[in-house]
Design a protein around this ligand. Structure first.
Ligand SMILES: *Cc1c(COP(=O)(O)O)cnc(C)c1O
Length: 413
């Protein structure tokens, strides 16, 4: 009897999952005694590696004091401290933090903020949202609608998703013209554009420049349209700066954060808004309040973990480590370019991608990586590495050697 329903998995034909029994540093221990070096940080969360003593201790202390308390009518120090620190770390007046429990929900909250924000200032017609080709923003209904429409989920739920316009990323003249044309035609009905800044992750690991983001900011400003940066994948040092917005020197109206927020320990997400947007919700009219409030909002253990994770960013040289990983990936993945069937190799910060020409044999590839003693899970045509930022040079070499070997075998098999 199969009791567990697994994510994105054809449970009839795909091999059963491997049983994990422990984690430590950059490795996952399996029940059969094998240890896999994690090349993808458990879906990009474990930036300090696993079981970091500082985070463990902070969570244990919070567990003893107060594991959870509702956030309606009550507040607590871990959430207040975390909000204050995020506001200080993010650029400009991105100062107002709404906590939720998952990335998808933090994007949903961002959508509510911008749409209701326009209602609250008497512009209810501004309720459309536009997203970008190649984007991924989550699995719930509204966030599914934001994802690249070529992905499978869109077709399945056609007719049930909110209407979203998908634009090309304005990296070239044609893309800029398309975004301009959209804003000229529909800007007065548009609440916001949403983009994963600099690196679009799950939708294919495509990169665009800081100049693209600066252009987008100016275009949105010219049409009174808000700009949302979904930094769930790239936030917290992955690209070598704490956030993509600080790297691009652009201040979006809203930022969403999750994945590495708690260093890969507990589920927590944050939607952070600028002051002008926050103040749209301050009113003598009670119904102008933001209408959202998850049961486990701002869970104190999650906030304690996130505060401990931020301590580590302050105390330990994470951004230098990210840049050292970057140099290593650039040097070692380059050889993959010569393998037939590899169409591109690209690196940004501590993220390296080897793009294949087709997505045949993904299951085969995943198994081969396990045989090599590493945990690397290609997504469609992208074999990618996003290792813990604390990974050792030896472990990183094991990962990059495995990528070259497995991709080479794949091209011959
Ligand atoms: C993972 C991800 C999400 C969704 O987060 P969940 O916690 O899985 O709901 C949204 N946006 C981006 C950019 C992501 O990488």
């Amino acid at each position: 009897m199969q009791h567990l329903w697994r994510p994105y998995t054809q449970m009839k034909t795909e091999p059963p999952p491997l049983r994990a029994v422990g984690t430590d540093g950059s490795t996952i221990a399996l029940v059969d005694g094998r240890h896999l070096i994690d090349g993808i940080s458990s879906w990009w969360t474990a930036c300090h590696g696993y079981n970091h003593p500082h985070i463990r201790q902070a969570v244990a202390a919070q567990l003893s004091a107060m594991p959870h308390v509702m956030f309606g009518g009550l507040t607590h120090a871990p959430a207040e401290r975390l909000a204050r620190r995020l506001a200080r770390m993010l650029p400009g007046d991105l100062n107002h933090v709404f906590f939720t429990e998952s990335g998808s929900v933090s994007v949903e909250v961002a959508l509510k903020m911008v749409i209701q924000g326009w209602q609250n200032v008497g512009r209810p017609r501004k309720r459309k949202v536009a997203a970008f080709a190649g984007g991924y923003h989550g699995d719930t209904f509204a966030t599914m609608a934001l994802c690249d429409p070529q992905e499978g989920m869109h077709r399945r739920f056609a007719g049930m998703l909110p209407e979203v316009t998908h634009l090309p990323v304005p990296s070239d003249v044609a893309g800029k013209a398309a975004v301009q044309a959209f804003l000229r035609k529909e800007g007065d009905q548009t609440a916001a554009l949403i983009i994963e800044p600099l690196v679009q992750a799950a939708g294919g690991f495509r990169f665009h420049s800081t100049e693209t983001l600066r252009w987008l900011r100016a275009a949105c400003d010219a049409h009174d349209v808000m700009l949302i940066f979904d930094e769930i994948a790239v936030g917290f040092g992955r690209l070598g700066t704490l956030f993509a917005c600080s790297c691009a020197d652009v201040i979006p109206d809203v930022v969403t954060l999750s994945k590495a927020l708690t260093g890969g320990t507990l589920p927590l997400a944050a939607t952070v808004a600028r002051t002008e947007l926050f103040e749209r919700f301050l009113s003598d009219d009670a119904s102008a309040a933001l209408m959202h409030g998850p049961t486990y909002m701002a869970n104190p253990m999650g906030c304690a973990a996130a505060n401990a994770s931020l301590d580590l960013f302050e105390r330990e040289p994470r951004l230098q480590q990210a840049m050292a990983i970057s140099d290593h990936l650039r040097r070692e993945l380059e050889a993959c370019r010569a393998v037939s069937g590899v169409v591109d190799v690209r690196v940004w910060g501590a993220l390296g991608v080897v793009e294949l020409e087709h997505d045949r044999d993904v299951v085969w590839l995943r198994r081969r990586f396990v045989d090599e003693g590493v945990w690397v899970r290609p997504l469609d045509r992208a074999v990618y590495l996003m290792p813990p930022l604390v990974i050792s040079g030896f472990e990183l070499t094991r990962l990059t050697d495995a990528v070259l070997r497995v991709v080479t075998d794949w091209s011959r098999h």
